[in-house]
Write a protein that binds this ligand. Structure first.
Ligand SMILES: [Zn+2]
Length: 236
């Protein structure tokens, strides 16, 4: 957006995601301002460019709003706080030929030769922690409520907390570690209920409500919560 060569006639860069479930084309703007077009399977991709053109003003306004909501922050955090597990760390950045993160009594020592390598090492560490913490936790909730899934994978996603495929694979956003435990539990229940109902029909929501009567409250926490996730954790 700050590119001086961009004129108002240029289409913004966008990615297309084909959706089995979507009924019509949708636009999504991530906290980082990236544009995603959700394309229903039955709609031809040739309609995408004109759809983006029609909504160009809205895209630009939303990107500006996002930039204001997510002020630029330091690339490398000084502290790290997982609300999900109530764990906290101080971070220390040190010289090291092989980028890596070592955890020593509440301190994360990040070894690298430059900032970019340090950030990547920290992101890999976050992926590992998400895998160790979120996947067994999802399994526990699955056993508890009796809804099973095939496989769980950790993703770095900017605009979704999770998803469930028709084959029963549940994707979890690693940034869930920054959300309160009850809201993480809600997301698990949300995705597990999709193994029964691959939609957001009244029947689906009734199922969610059965396992979590106050689910709406957590839906709101997650909707707003993406703003409190450190930027480095949302970036791939
Ligand atoms: Zn859903």
């Amino acid at each position: 957006m700050s590119n001086a060569e961009t004129t108002s006639d240029d289409l913004p860069a966008y990615q297309v995601r084909i959706s089995q479930r979507a009924k019509r084309m949708q636009l999504k703007i991530s906290p980082l301002g990236e544009v995603e077009v959700v394309l229903p399977k039955r709609v031809s991709p040739k309609h995408v460019a004109s759809f983006v053109t029609q909504h160009q003003t809205w895209i630009q306004q939303t990107q500006k709003k996002m930039a204001a909501l997510y002020p630029p922050e330091e690339l490398l955090p000084g502290t790290l706080n997982f609300a999900a597990t109530q764990q906290q760390w101080q971070l220390e950045y040190l010289e090291g030929i092989r980028p890596r993160v070592a955890e020593i009594e509440g301190t994360l020592k990040v070894y690298s030769q430059d900032d970019e390598a340090a950030r990547k090492a920290l992101q890999r560490w976050l992926n590992r922690r998400a895998d160790e913490i979120l996947v067994p936790w999802l399994r526990e909730v699955s056993d508890e409520i009796g809804l099973t899934f095939q496989r769980a994978v950790i993703r770095a996603q900017k605009s979704r907390w999770g998803s469930c495929s028709s084959s029963g694979t549940i994707s979890l956003n690693r940034a869930l570690l920054f959300m309160p435990p009850q809201s993480v539990r809600y997301l698990f229940i949300h995705e597990l209920c999709h193994t029964r109902e691959m939609n957001h029909s009244p029947r689906y929501w009734a199922l969610v409500e059965r396992y979590m009567p106050n689910y709406l409250q957590h839906e709101q926490v997650l909707n707003k919560g993406i703003r409190s996730v450190p930027r480095w954790a949302l970036t791939i």
